[in-house]
Ligand binder design. Sequence first.
Ligand code: CAA
Length: 692
Amino acid sequence: MNNPVRLDLENGIAVVTIDNPPVNALSHAVRAGLLRMIDTAEAGGAQAIVLIGAGRDFIAGADISEFGSPPKEPYLPDLCRRIEKSSCPVIAVLHGATLGGGLEVALSAHYRVATQTARIGLPEVLLGIIPGAGGTQRLPRLTGAEAALDLITTGRHVTAKTALELGIVDHLANAPPKEAGLAFAENIKGQGQRPTSDLPQPDAADFDAWYSRMEQVHRGQSAPKTAVRAIEAASSLPFEEGLLRERDLFLTLMDSPQRAGLIHAFFAERAVSKLPELKETNPRDIHTIGILGGGTMGAGIAAACLLKSLPVTLVDRTRAAADAARERIAQSIQGAVKRGKLEDAAPVMDQLVTTAEDLDLADADLIIEAVFEDMETKHEVFARLDAICKPGAILATNTSYLDINVIAARTSRPEDVIGLHFFSPAHIMKLLEIVVADKTAPDVIATGFSFAKRLGKTAVRAGVCDGFIGNRILSRYRMAMDNLVLDGASPYQIDNALTEFGMAMGPFAVADLAGLDIAWAARKRKAASRTPYERIPTFADRLCEMGRFGRKTGQGFYLYSEKAPQGIPDPEVEAIIAEERAKADIIPRDFRDDEIVLRFMLAIVNEAAYILDDGIARRPLDIDVTLVYGYGFPRWRGGPMHWADQAGLGRLLDSLHTLQDEDPHFWAIAPLLSRLAQSDQSFADLNKGMSR
Ligand code: CAA
């Protein structure tokens, strides 16, 4: 757009409108335009300047797509200084998204009016940076240091009402932005400018305690703790020096890999649902949901739907089982009330029917099967759904690994069959894998994505294979970590190294949580198809034989008690592992933490490259989002494929060659990885042009 900022004179008041769709981000052209319009308004003798955004939002912040390119003048801090020093009183009207640099512009104005729609915040830490245009210096002058520490270190948004209570805005208006600004300008006539930087310095807070808390809560992340130091400068340094300190800290973070990782995550999360093949496809209408199976998953999916006002009919085999499912769902809904997500559980529960009569699913628009993971059972269920469900209904399976093509073939309408793979607890976890079988119709895929959006979930398209994207990768890195234990590392060292790397939990703690018996059953099931080269983690079998199934039995890799609900290491487990190594004639060796992390990541990246080559994931970014949202991969590392690009594919390939010498079967290198490394390409290159 040529001119994203315009000026209209209304009775001597200059109304400056930022018009840069979709969210009025502060691109270079907007910054330059704003500067020009301030000059023009002053030169024209305007009595006041009113800043508004065209459309829904005031300004959603810096233009994130410009990050990583050399910055161009005018810089945002200079624009903010210019606004603050304007010879005309400047009024910012906060409406819609008023975030990051957008709020910094508003804080530099002399007065702030907010409309009811405003969502106000400094979310920079969520992008790996801190406010860099005076936000950490001006906000605490208005709110005090404690409130500023809270807002800036969490990046949370507040409503107009809260912003008024905190002192961020001067007035709440019940009018459209332009009218609100003009009316306010009328009221402050003759009152002149009121620069925020002239306000007294905020009182000191316990900055060291805040810093330590940030180190604990945001383990491994730089931005939240750096924000504390910047806000500290507001209370310890004169304004101009505080600005310089903020700028220094900001620029260091701007150059950091964490900033690059978080920006990648921001765009990847938005790109996952943009599939070129669905550009022209409309989703089917979904008004009612049927769920078959009221166990943990079925009940969780029901709660997820109910919490988004979708009526649910849930069927289980007996009346007693249906009642038990109702109880489970009620608990989840109550949990939402306790967490402040919902005011009253009763109207939500009124939208739920639980029954033992599967004919009650006949009118549902989307039926999600969440019964026992067994192909025979699924066959029976889908043949029955085919017989009773109305034409055009979508028949979805929540299977985690079974072949959906085989399931679909049991129906007369394979085009209506799709996989909707939820993660437990389904009403909380953000990820939904949308598993597309060979014959799934495009409008059924589109419905999967619109349904996910309705549930507030992030959906990723996956193809059919054992484990789809996420569990296929999980099973590979679990194997790599089991092999490491066989070779000498302890499960506790591995969990510790990986949580230090940023994983939400280590793989052995996760195994305890999921139940060791589940993987044991899978190992037994797959025993017949095992190749002679495969190494078997006999230590895990031994634990299961002893009835140590993880958290649910109080013992697994860890020991659990009331005093130690998160589990503590158990020397008995280490003794069992040592025995199993001795039986297999393995002489244990030491591994450094960085070697553990490298093997973990190589197992992920190599398997991910196979998954891409197989077409199970279409784009590397789909894998990044899957691992971040479903498997506790640190968002600030952008995802495993982004991590691999940063690490350098050539270097990773060299490491894989070394491991291949050790174990040629397990570490067989994915051809795609070799191709990319040899042609000097990255996974990011594969993402390009793959989103509509
Ligand atoms: N820069 C560039 N593009 C942005 C953007 C930004 N700050 N914010 C949003 N967009 C784009 C999105 O990528 C998306 O584009 P596509 O349609 O092409 O995918 C489009 O705007 C709409 O965004 P959403 O899909 O997210 O729409 P929404 O209505 O759900 O949410 C929003 C709107 C609340 C503004 C949300 O997009 C958001 O939180 N944006 C980020 C805001 C932010 O972090 N601002 C601070 C930036 S850092 C800063 O400002 C400090 C500094 O000066 C350096």
